[in-house]
Ligand binder design. Structure first.
Ligand SMILES: C[S@@+](CC[C@H](N)C(=O)[O-])C[C@H]1O[C@@H](n2cnc3c(N)ncnc32)[C@H](O)[C@@H]1O
Length: 341
């Protein structure tokens, strides 16, 4: 068991470079000392790991979805032994878990051997509940025990959930799939609402741009919101029967909307991000003052930094940008959360 000043950062698989770039801005001496696959990078900061972690959380990175400190590395000989993990947990201050809601989050790197992570989790859950009076939970923990099994090592850390950027293991928010889902795109809006902590109960009306086949629209309708959806394509027939939905079939740039009629604007238009932003800004007159917006920004070319900067400049004419994040359900895109000025 070796003490460590490492952290593990997680981003989408194809965006580890962007994640590393934004982290290096926060610690010039930061080194990436291992790539564990699936967007997981082992980091060695020049700063103390807790200080670096604090700065990362404060700076709200776009591409880093999850981060956790590594307190100990144990050798595994290819197989994680639950008893070794327990022994490691016992080496912390005995008060660290006492009475807290604790999530044990186990992940594995590419090619790591870990038989039945669920059984290991159950074993640890039982142990910490008996020995430390901890309350094992999956959602909304106070503390997280992060365990990452790599080929011949296991990285272990205990942190406050607020330090990890996400309470979910690796920032991977999983929603239950249902055969009746209109489209999987709905998970992007559900995740945005959760991650940006958007109060949907105050939203009475929404304008959904690039809405077809209607995943986002279905989420909005489920909140009881009156939705005006715009798309050149067709909406799912099941939604068209909903009396809370008005569908305008056509190009967003051609629609005429009354001003100040909506509490929320959503846009998931699959087009050039700069042109999409200009179109959405033109529609923003239809939003009430202080209305909110959730929009995706498609990252279509290699000039990602420049695209994001250009898009933010366009939206900034009318909006304050409250959040920008590559969500777990975003592929080649990020999501912005904004408020109309
Ligand atoms: C990713 S899909 C939207 C998925 C949708 N949010 C859902 O949850 O089902 C992108 C949509 O943008 C629409 N679109 C692209 N350019 C458009 C434009 N200029 N005007 C209207 N719709 C547009 C496409 O027809 C397509 O249906």
């Amino acid at each position: 068991m070796i003490k460590s000043n490492l952290l593990i950062a997680t981003s989408s698989l194809n965006y580890t470079n962007q994640a590393l770039d934004e982290l290096r801005l926060l610690d010039k001496g930061l080194k990436a000392v291992g790539n564990l696959g699936n967007g997981m990078i082992v980091l060695e900061p020049a700063l103390d790991k807790h200080e670096f972690n604090r700065i990362v959380v404060q700076n709200k990175p776009v591409f880093v979805r999850h981060i956790n400190t590594v307190d100990y590395i144990i050798s595994t000989n290819g197989e994680v032994a639950p008893r070794d993990i327990i022994q490691t947990i016992d080496s912390y201050d005995s008060q660290i878990l006492k009475g807290f809601k604790v999530a044990v989050q186990i992940r594995k790197a590419n090619a790591a051997l870990i038989n039945s992570p669920l059984e290991i989790k159950r074993f640890i859950d039982e142990y910490i509940s008996e020995k430390y009076c901890a309350v094992p939970v999956i959602k909304e923990p106070d503390k997280v025990i992060s365990i990452l099994a790599a080929n011949d090592k296991c990285y272990i850390g205990i942190s406050d959930v607020s330090s990890n950027l996400s309470s979910w293991s690796g920032g991977m928010i999983h929603y239950k799939k249902d055969d009746n889902d209109i489209s999987r795109a709905k998970f992007k809006l559900m995740e945005a609402i959760y991650v940006f902590d958007i109060n949907m109960t105050v939203i009475g009306s929404a304008l959904d741009l690039g809405a077809a086949p209607g995943g986002w629209t279905s989420v909005l309708l489920d909140y009881g919101i009156a939705v005006t959806a715009v798309d050149t394509g067709d909406m799912d027939q099941r939604l068209l029967e909903n009396e809370n939905l008005s569908f305008i079939k056509g190009n967003v740039s051609d629609v005429k909307l009354s001003s100040c009629s909506f509490d929320m604007l959503t846009s998931d238009i699959s087009w050039n991000p700069i042109n999409t932003a200009k179109m959405a800004v033109e529609c923003s007159d239809a939003l009430k003052a202080d209305g909110i917006a959730v929009v995706t920004v498609k990252l279509m070319n290699s000039k990602i930094g420049r695209t994001i900067k250009g898009v933010k400049n366009i939206y900034s004419e009318k909006f304050d940008i409250l959040g920008a994040k590559q969500l777990f359900h975003n592929r080649d895109e990020i999501t912005l959360y904004m408020k109309k000025r």
